[in-house]
Design a protein around this ligand. Structure first.
Ligand code: FMN
Length: 203
């Protein structure tokens, strides 16, 4: 049996962590487990139209923060905490992998028409894979946070890292050993109760 936590504890303990110990890198074997587990996410037609850009060299991480947050802005508390993360994983979705996969004979959507996809499963599946990274981080004793790249920073991000146009960054996962942080003010909203969210039998 592999070391790790009870599944229920992993789920209940997961929360976004926005400050990290800058002096404690993520061991290579833990990094590899985070990424291998991501590949066990489900995907429509087993298309697996995802990709992960791993940034762990200080220079690469600095470049990421410079192009996504603006090199001239003084870092706020959020950025100071996040910049300490020794590992960043950018999760990217690849729409064309789905259009191609579903053009195969067993699926039969040879027109490659995006209108057949009212919900873009390439983004969904990349999100599923990202959640597996977040849960694996908890299991491995790491903190992690999923966050977005601001829209006006997407092209600078692409240019800086040579990301092909067909790949869309869905989000970024910062990872590392936790430092004390302040919970997000969003949490004051409280978790919605089951009775609000779940509709039994009929809406
Ligand atoms: C799609 C998505 C985007 C998010 N973007 C950000 C972000 O840009 N910055 C951030 O600090 N947290 C971000 N979060 C984290 C949420 O604020 C967090 O999940 C939520 O407040 C619930 O807290 P918990 O995950 O710690 O339980 C994001 C989460 C998701 C799922």
């Amino acid at each position: 049996m592999l070391p790790g936590m009870e599944f229920q504890d992993v789920v209940r303990r997961r929360r976004m962590v926005r400050a990290y110990d800058p002096d404690r890198p993520v061991p290579a074997e833990v990094r590899d487990r985070l990424l291998s587990n991501a590949l066990h996410a489900p995907s429509a037609g087993f298309s697996q139209g995802w990709a992960f850009l791993v940034l762990e060299e200080a220079g690469d991480r600095d470049r990421f923060w410079a192009v996504t947050s603006g090199p001239d802005e003084p870092p706020d508390a959020w950025l100071r905490g996040m910049r300490a993360a020794p590992l960043l994983v950018v999760a990217l979705s690849h729409r064309d992998a789905y259009l191609e996969r579903y053009a195969e004979p067993d699926k039969g959507w040879a027109d490659r028409n995006e209108a057949r996809w009212p919900v873009p499963y390439w983004h969904i599946d990349t999100g599923f894979a990202s959640l597996l990274i977040l849960l694996t981080a908890v299991d491995a004793g790491l903190g992690a946070c999923f966050f977005g790249i601001p829209p006006e920073r997407i092209d600078p991000f692409r240019d800086a890292f040579g990301v092909p146009p067909a790949h869309t960054p869905v989000g970024v996962i910062s990872l590392g050993y936790r430092a004390p942080d302040r919970p997000s003010p969003s949490l004051r909203r409280g978790r919605r109760p089951l009775t609000d969210v779940v509709h039994h039998g009929r809406w």
